[in-house]
Structures are given as C-alpha cells and as structure tokens.
Design a protein around this ligand. Structure first.
Ligand SMILES: [Zn+2]
Length: 189
C-alpha cells in the first residue's frame, strides 16, 4: 500500500478537487459520495445498512484494543466497511483484506471483517499519527509491518514471508523497548 499512500498524498496536496476522480483511494476521504455507501456515524461507513451493528461493534472493539496497545488515537480513524468486492474496488483496492490510507481512512474488504485485520490497519493509522503520514517510506519495514502483525495479535502462527520474519524482528526489538517507550524508540530508528 506504500505506492497508494504516496499517490494519495501527492494528489490531495496538488489537485484536491480532481484527486477524487483521478485516484480512487482518495475517495476514503468522502466515502458518502461513493454509490451505495452510507455513513452511520462520523467514523463508520458501510455499503449495506443491515450489517451496521456488526461494523459498529468491530470498530469500537478495534479502537479500544489498539488504543490500549499503542496509545490513544489523536483522531479516531474513519473506516468504510465493504460487504461487496465491487465496493472495495470502488476505492481502488483489489486483493488485500483491508487497507489504511495514511490517516485519511481505512477500507475493509468483504473478507476483512475480522478483528485482527481491522486492528492491523488501525495500528498503521497510529503509525501515521506518531511517525508521519509517509512513515512507510522512512522507517524499516520490520517496524511498520512487524508492529502491525504482532500488536494486532494476528492469530496466524505462520505468516507468509517476509511478514513472519518482520514480526520476529519487531518482537525482539519490542521486548527490549517496552510499551512506554514504543514511539520514542521507534521514531529514533
Ligand atoms: Zn500492514
């Protein structure tokens, strides 16, 4: 998602109005303009109202879990829950389970409706808050992805490489760092 983020940031700063038409992930800023998507509150949007309660519950649980592990959000993320692949694709995403676009918002695919997937993306949102919008470009991948896989408590024992390796590297580093020094130590890397 690094490329998506970079393009989104560039377009939003250079051509804010045209960005929406040019580059789909930018739509996460105004999901209510995407056909069939409605926002049930300020931060939770969905393309199928009948699953709103499930989405709200996932959101609240994710928020509390992540704030507890990596500190409170400066601004709570906006999350679009897609129940169809067509919805997910209308934000420019295809194969991933969920995607965070900096602090602009998170889009969840139909198969991404799982607590650990949402927590993973919410951790990326916190990284963008603490380490900067373009943190994936300036910090090691083991920190960015290893933290997301580890602290989201992804239940998969074995992840595909390089994620398995990144999770190990992060865990080793985090053991010596501790929760209280997470962001100060991370920003010094
Ligand atoms: Zn990730």
């Amino acid at each position: 998602m690094k490329k998506a983020l970079l393009i989104a940031v560039l377009l939003i700063s250079l051509v804010p109005v045209a960005a929406w038409a040019i580059y789909k992930p930018v739509r996460v800023l105004t999901p209510e303009l995407v056909p069939d998507v409605l926002c049930v509150n300020q931060n939770v949007c969905i393309d199928n109202e009948s699953r709103s309660l499930e989405a709200l519950e996932l959101y609240e649980n994710g928020l509390h879990f992540v704030a507890d592990v990596v500190g409170p959000f400066k601004k709570n993320p906006r999350v679009v829950f897609c129940t169809t692949q067509a919805c997910y694709q209308s934000f420019g995403f295809e194969r991933s389970s969920a995607s965070a676009v900096g602090t602009f918002g998170i889009v969840v695919s139909p198969r991404g409706w799982k607590a650990h997937y949402l927590r993973h993306e919410m951790i990326h949102h916190r990284q963008a808050e603490e380490l900067g919008l373009l943190s994936p470009f300036f910090y090691p991948e083991w920190l960015i992805e290893g933290m997301a896989y580890s602290l989201s408590e992804d239940p998969r024992q074995q992840l595909a490489e390089p994620w398995q390796k990144h999770r190990h590297t992060f865990d080793d580093w985090f053991q010596g760092t501790g929760k209280n020094r997470l962001w100060s130590a991370a920003s010094a890397l």
